[in-house]
Design a protein around this ligand. Structure first.
Ligand SMILES: Cc1cc2nc3c(=O)[nH]c(=O)nc-3n(C[C@H](O)[C@H](O)[C@H](O)COP(=O)(O)OP(=O)(O)OC[C@H]3O[C@@H](n4cnc5c(N)ncnc54)[C@H](O)[C@@H]3O)c2cc1C
Ligand code: SF4
Length: 324
């Protein structure tokens, strides 16, 4: 690693003032499980001059229910989210996503804020010493289109149509399915609107803005949520495809559905066509299969990732059956 300045922020305001002072030359660090890997491998053209530690800010690590809203601070560790009894019982998809993320060690270090703000995992982008200065780093081309794209987007690209790197978070689709919001030092954003694709950018956050907490409204009576993940290994593996859903029923029929896939597109992918296909229907094999087929109607796989289409379809079918 190269030399950098490390500063401990004592408050949100202090973190913001450091971010303003250093501008583009600083990065926030929470658990460090994503950022430190990037720094060690020197993947980006610019190395951070300063790293601003937000773990020293008191009051950002909590889980509480206030009225009909669950709140969790940005520094809440994934392990605590995965094992919290209230989250497991009422906001099930979030707990299931947390307990399927990475490995026990990473869940002990990794925070919910860091998980939502983590960078992409495209192997060209992550190659050490900026060997592939691709579009997403401000360079001129995408190496994955003609290269090895087995883990890339099956629903098209972005950054002027060129980047096919998927968003890798397990927590993001669960938060979106549960209709969550993300609170920052400046505003509150629906989780669905939080993700944005650009050069060195995965969220809508301004350079002087940090995530402070997440909020989730209490699911309606009769609603059930779940999370599923397909990965090569059971532990310490990013999703090949993951999927979260919250389904509300009225008698035997589905009244409302929120279904979100991730790792299939450059941002978390709301499976709107599957939702349309299942609302008003009973949950059974046939209807769940139809919803799975609906979501992949828009798929445009690349040369090496057609297999992901089948996985996405199957996960959507299974998650609907799991929410019965
Ligand atoms: C081996 C390995 C396996 C992994 N497997 C998975 C997996 O299966 N699923 C998955 O979803 N993830 C996985 N991850 C990714 C990730 O490291 C963790 O999910 C973790 O939650 C990231 O949190 P952190 O606090 O360590 O983030 P950090 O590394 O501290 O930060 C990550 C990024 O977010 C920014 N950031 C952090 N907190 C904030 C904040 N409050 N406001 C604004 N910006 C912020 C940082 O500046 C940095 O750019 C894996 C990582 C590794 C190394
Ligand atoms: S998919 Fe995106 S991150 Fe990967 S090489 Fe192409 S432009 Fe770069």
């Amino acid at each position: 690693m190269r030399r950098f300045t490390h500063v401990n922020a004592g408050s949100i305001d202090e973190a913001i003032s450091f971010l303003r002072r250093y501008g583009d030359r600083a990065d926030i660090i929470a658990g460090g499980t994503d950022l430190l890997g990037k720094m060690k491998d020197e993947i980006l053209p610019r190395y951070p001059e300063a790293v601003i530690n937000i773990k020293t800010i008191p009051g950002l690590e909590f889980i509480k229910e206030e009225g009909d809203v669950l709140r969790a601070g940005a520094l809440t560790r994934l392990e605590d989210i995965g094992t919290d009894s209230t989250i497991r019982e009422k906001y099930t998809a979030l707990a299931e996503a947390a307990e399927r993320t990475a490995s026990p060690h990473i869940r002990e270090m990794g925070t919910i804020g860091g998980n939502l703000c983590q960078d992409i995992r495209c192997w060209y982008y992550r190659n050490p010493h900026n060997r592939f200065p691709c579009l997403r780093k401000g360079g001129g081309r995408c190496y994955a289109i003609e290269g090895d794209n087995r883990y890339h987007s099956i629903f098209g690209g972005s950054v002027k149509g060129g980047c096919y790197a998927v968003h890798p978070s397990d927590m993001a689709p669960a938060l979106i399915a549960l209709d969550g919001r993300i609170k920052t030092s400046k505003r509150t954003v629906n989780a669905e609107d939080f993700f944005e694709v650009g050069v060195k950018r995965t969220t809508v956050l301004d350079k002087d803005e940090i995530v402070t907490e997440i909020e989730i409204p209490l699911p309606k009576d009769g609603a059930k949520s779940a999370f599923m993940k397909f990965a090569i290994r059971k532990s310490i593996d990013f999703p090949i495809v993951n999927c979260a859903a919250m389904i509300e029923k009225d008698g035997r029929k589905v009244k409302a559905a929120r279904i979100c896939l991730n790792a299939v597109y450059v941002k978390p992918y709301r499976a709107a066509k599957a939702e349309e296909a299942i609302v008003g229907k009973a949950i059974n094999e046939e209807n769940a299969e139809r919803a799975g087929n609906a979501v992949i109607a828009d798929a445009e796989p690349l040369s090496g990732n057609r297999y992901m289409v089948q996985i996405a379809k199957t996960l959507v079918k299974r998650i609907i059956l799991a929410c019965n």
